[in-house]
Design a protein. Structure first.
Length: 565
């Protein structure tokens, strides 16, 4: 259906940072929250702008009456949304911050100061009260003693210390000195062996999260302010190469992701962080299989290169020097027939102050050039200041301003459907188009050349399936298989999966790939113990959690099937 009605918990309250009760939380607060987000053009408004009836027209100025938007308080404790089209995953969108409530009276009283970094600028209706913020130093929260579910808030005070990365071992030392309850470890640091000595059994790893990091090609590059190319011909040659599927696949099969991940996680933990598909392999379930299992089944239809490859998380799926050389020979023959001269130079910008980024870029360069030969491909790692790097990549607003050949990017899911990942390369609306030098409504020739018209058909077929979620996921797995074969994105690793010392008990906190329950800074339910968690304890708790998760996933699938009937 198009109408969703929710009952708001009665008795939930708004509190100031000092813990003073301010008002009841009502359905009207959710209406105010969405209007505030729309008026302020919130960055994540895209998540619901085309979902909620009338919202896009209001945001774009076609309507000035927020009353035409499909959200209303039926009464003080009944909230209703009306959608433009059926979305089987709508309920998961409601857990995103864009739909958070805002108290109208408080908003008006604060004016432009609302939501600033001072504790008095916001209200809380949750388990913690915001107590202090010191830039590049400390953020502090205290347990809300009046929270309706305070018995499930086990930690009284939370202090988040700023880490600038300059002293990689400071966190681990702070943990061992008793200053922190959790402490990140950097296995490639100079004193890691010393830290590890006597603490081997206390090193555990956080779970992989929903963020996927991948390299992508700027297949239609226009800007060359940051480049090592010596001529216009080198520019056109590199562009032609990046538009060649065999060339991209050669890079993909030559890239040693284990060596790359080891720069962050060390040899022992390198494979734990690997991710081989843009969509996490366990993001959704298809019957008794995860999404990655279905992608494995689909991708074999794209040729012998994909036989016996496991694309699930934590696997070194792609590295194959023989395949890389075979693909490159095919690409070289085709490109030379077009007049392309070798070697192909690919500019890769990196922040020179980010030690790990520099090391990982160097690893990428080394493995690709060793396999394919410097006479064929040269990865030009261009070390830039942080501001220069941002201007060439993240802060470059348009496709024409993107100033690189290959760059690292990332995406995390917004809602519980594979579309949240795979639509980012939709040739008409994809948010990652500009990072590849492509624009919405333009560049059709290049888009068709790299196959995005075929990808669009797969996306549309999947999105049209709104009654059978299993069939929908199968169709999206087909789209993911196409994307993997295209090598337009080269997935590398996930977020999370980092080695740490910890006293927070694993899996006592909430878990979700999307929404606020998936936030790393969600401390409700989380429990502490006096002694560091051991690897053995972690494994036992992990196996218990997996069993419980399988049971809850089964129930969730049944509920979802009933929801869309």
């Amino acid at each position: 259906g198009l109408t969703y009605t929710y009952k708001i918990r009665q008795g939930a309250k708004w509190y100031t940072s000092e813990g003073e009760e301010y008002a009841d939380v009502t359905a009207h607060d959710f209406v105010t929250g969405l209007k505030y987000a729309a008026d302020k053009k919130a960055e994540n408004l895209y998540l619901v702008q085309d979902s909620i009836k009338g919202l896009a027209d209001y945001v774009e100025g076609k309507s000035s009456d927020f009353g035409t938007v499909g959200v209303k308080a039926v009464d003080d404790y009944t909230l209703q949304y009306t959608l433009n089209q059926p979305e089987t995953y709508w309920n998961s969108k409601t857990t995103a911050s864009i739909l958070s409530p805002v108290n109208e009276a408080f908003l008006k009283s604060k004016g432009d100061d609302f939501g600033s970094v001072t504790p008095s600028s916001i209200l809380s209706n949750g388990p913690y009260l915001f107590k202090s913020f010191t830039s590049k130093s400390l953020i502090e929260f205290d347990k809300n003693p009046n929270y309706w579910d305070k018995d499930n808030v086990k930690i009284e005070k939370v202090k988040l210390s700023f880490f600038d990365g300059s002293d990689q071992d400071s966190i681990a030392r702070g943990f061992l000195d008793g200053n922190y309850t959790d402490g990140r470890i950097f296995p490639t640091s100079s004193v890691f062996a010393e830290l590890k000595k006597g603490n081997e059994d206390k090193i555990t790893y956080t779970p992989q999260n929903s963020v996927t990091f991948y390299y992508l090609f700027n297949v239609n590059r226009q800007s060359y302010k940051q480049t090592m190319k010596q001529s216009d011909k080198e520019k056109t040659d590199s562009r032609a190469a990046m538009q060649n599927k065999d060339f991209r696949q050669a890079i993909n099969f030559a890239f040693d992701r284990h060596a790359y991940a080891a720069q962050t996680n060390g040899e022992d933990g390198a494979d734990r962080i690997l991710r081989n598909t843009v969509t996490p392999s366990n993001f959704v379930q298809v019957g008794d299989k995860n999404f990655g299992d279905i992608v494995n089944e689909k991708i074999v239809n794209y040729g012998k290169d994909w036989a016996n490859i496991n694309l699930n998380d934590g696997k070194q799926a792609f590295l194959n020097p023989d395949k890389a050389k075979e693909k490159f020979a095919k690409a070289k023959e085709s490109l030379q027939a077009q007049g392309v001269t070798f070697p192909i130079h690919l500019d890769m910008p990196v922040d020179q102050t980010a030690k790990l980024d520099v090391q990982q870029a160097g690893s990428f360069k080394q493995t690709v050039e060793e396999t394919l030969g410097k006479e064929n491909v040269v990865i030009d790692v261009i070390q830039l200041s942080p501001d220069e790097k941002d201007q060439a990549t993240y802060f470059a607003d348009t496709a024409e301003q993107k100033d690189y050949d290959i760059d690292i990017s990332g995406w995390g899911g917004d809602y519980s459907d594979p579309k949240t990942y795979l639509a980012i390369l939709d040739p008409e609306t994809g948010s990652q188009l500009k990072n590849m030098g492509l624009s919405e409504g333009k560049d059709k020739e290049v888009k068709d050349k790299i196959g995005l018209a075929d990808y669009k058909k797969l996306l549309d077929q999947a999105d049209a399936e709104i009654t059978d979620t299993q069939a929908r996921y199968e169709k999206y797995a087909e789209a993911q298989a196409w994307l993997t074969d295209s090598a337009l994105f080269l997935p590398v690793q996930s977020g999370g999966a980092n080695p740490i010392f910890r006293k927070t008990i694993p899996f006592t906190g909430p878990f979700s790939f999307v929404g606020h329950k998936g936030d790393a800074d969600n401390y409700k339910y989380v429990e502490l113990q006096k002694e560091p968690v051991t690897a053995k304890q972690y494994q036992e708790l992990y196996e218990k959690w997996l069993k419980e998760k399988a049971e809850s996933n089964k129930k969730a699938q049944e509920d979802l099937a009933n929801h869309i009937q």
